[in-house]
Design a protein around this ligand. Sequence first.
Ligand code: HEC
Length: 584
Amino acid sequence: MRSNFFLSFALFLTLTTPIKAQNVDALVERGQELFNSDVGCKICHAETGEGLVGPSLLFGPSPVDIFDQLESNPVMGVIVSEMDPSDEDLAAISMYIRTLAGMELEADLPERWLTDLEAVKSSQAEGPVFAKTARDLQVEAIETFASVQDTWTRRSKEGSVLSHYQSQVLQTFDPGEAKFEPQPGKTYFYENVGTASTPAVLGDDYVLPEKNQIVVGDAETHEVVASYALPKNLRATVHTTMTSPDGRYAYIIGARADGVADSDMAGLARLEASATLLKADAVTLQPVSQIDIGGRIHHGQIFKDYMLLDMFGRAPNGLALMLLDPNTDEIIGGVKDVDLGGFVYTVWSDKDYEYIYALMEPAGYAPGRGTGMAAAYDMYGGKLLAMRPYWVAKINPETWEVEAEFPIPGYRPNWLIVDAAKEYFYVINTMGNAAKMNLETGEVLWTNGTGIGPYGGSLNADETELWVANKGEAAGFMGRTLTVLNTETGYPQETLYGAYKVDHVLLSPNGKEMWATSNAEGRIYVYDVNTKELLSKIDMPGNGDVHGLAWVHYDENGESRTVRDQGNFHNGVNPMTGNALAAP
Ligand code: HEC
C-alpha cells in the first residue's frame, strides 16, 4: 500500500510540470480542425455544435467535461480510437466550441483547464487498488465480446449438413365454400389467431376463443373480411402465419398426430412435443390437408418456390429447419441441430434466397430446444450472470454447407434482417439489445439497447430506421413499446407507445406502414412509418393471440401471389428496392 502511494505521488509530480500559455487564435484554429475532422465531433454534435445524435455542446464544455465523456460514453469510443486527443487538443476543441456558442475566450482559460485536467487524471492515477479473486480473473478473461470472437471455434460439422425427413399427409379435407371474393388489384393480409391472449389486459368480461382461426383482411381499409375457426380437434398452440408463394394456400399449426391436446400437457413440454401442419385453401380458409412434418412449427416464410420452416418441437428423428414444397407437401431437405452444434431457434434469408441464416443457441440451459428461452429467463431473473455465446450459422442451400459462423454481441438472438444490398444484417436479442453486423465478415458495426425483451423487427423502406418490437420476451412481464433505432449510428431515435406483448413488427408492401402484432391483445396496431402515428387497431375475431403476418396481392387479372411475410418481401414487390405496391 505504502509503495503504491509513493508511486502515484511521483506520477502526480511529473504531471504537474507547468505548461506554456497558448496563443488563443492558434488554439481555436486547431480546435476547429479537430472538431470538423472526418471522425470529429461534428458527426454527432453537428457543425454548429447544436447537436444531432449527441446533445448540444453550446453550453461550452471544458476539457474535463469532454474527458469525462471519453472515459465513460461508449458512443464516443470512436473519438478515443481514431482521434485520441491530447490534453492540448481537448483545450483547443473547448476553445473552438466556445466560439460556436459565442462565449468569451479568456486568455488564461486553456492553462486553467489543463491544470484541472491534470488534477482529474492524477486523482484517477491515485485511485484505490482493489483485490480481485480468482473468480474475478476468470470472468475478466471471458467477459468481452472481443474474447468471444478471438477464441471462436466452429460449432457445426464440416461438409454438408443436409438431412431428410419423409413428410406424410395424414388426412385430406374438402376445401368447402369461398369465405370472401378476392378483388383484382387488391391486397389481403392473413393472420393466424390462437386461443391464448392475456385476459387481464382485455377486461374482466373477456372470454378466450375456443378455436384457432385463419383470418383474412383488407390491407387498405384495415378491416377483417373473413375468418374460419378450425374444429377444436385440429387445434394446437398457434405460432406463425404463412402463405404459399402463389398465395393459394395459408398454413396454420395442426393438432398432434396422436390426438393429445396441448392443453392436457404441461408448460414447455407442450411446445417441445411434435404437432402437424395444416394447409388451408386461401379463399375458403378451410384446411385441405394435415401433414406430419416431424415437428411443431415455430416460424415459416417463403424461400424461392418453397416454404422455409423452423421448428419449435422436433419429432425424435425430426429436423430443426426445413424446406417444404407447397405443391407436393414433400420436405426437400433440412438440417438437424446436432450437425450445427447447438439448437436452431429461428431461420432467415436475404431477398434473393442466397443463404439460410440460422440463429443458434448453446445447448444445455434446459433440456432440448427450450435452452435459449430458459437461459434468458434465468438471466433476467438474476440466476445466470453470463452465458455461453449465441451465433448465426450461414448455410448455403445449394451445398447445405455451413459457410460461416458469426458470434452475436448479445444474448438469445430472435430475429435477423438482411438489408436489400446484402451488405449488413441486423439482429435483435432477447436480452435487451440489437446489433448491425457485416454480412460477409460478421464484424459488428454497432450494438445498442432497445426496450425490454425485444423480439421482432423491420427496416423502413429507405433502411434508415430499424423498428424493434419490445415484447417483454423472457422478462417476466409484457412490454408495451416499439423502439426506432437509427441504422447508421444505432442510436435510438424514438420510443412508440403500443400494444401489450407485440412480438412481430413488419413493413407493409406499400412501404408506408408498420404492422405490429400483439399476442396479448389479439390485435394488430398499424403505424404510419413517417409520422409514427398510430393509424389503426385491428381487432382479431375473439381477440385470440396473433402470430406473424402475410400479405397476398391479386393482380389485375385476378392472379394471386404472396408479396410479404415475416421473412421478407417476395415476388417482385419490395419497398426497399423501390418496388413498393402502389396501392395496398
Ligand atoms: C459517434 C457520435 C459522437 C461523436 C463522434 C462525439 N460525440 Fe459527444 N456525445 C455523443 C452522445 C450520444 C452523447 C450523449 C451521451 C449520453 O446520452 O449520455 C455525447 C455527449 C457529449 C458531451 C456531454 C454533453 C452534456 O450534455 O453533458 C460532451 C461534452 C461531448 N459529447 C463532447 C464531444 C466532443 C468534444 C466530441 C469530439 C471530440 C464528441 N463529443 C464526439 C456522441 C458523440
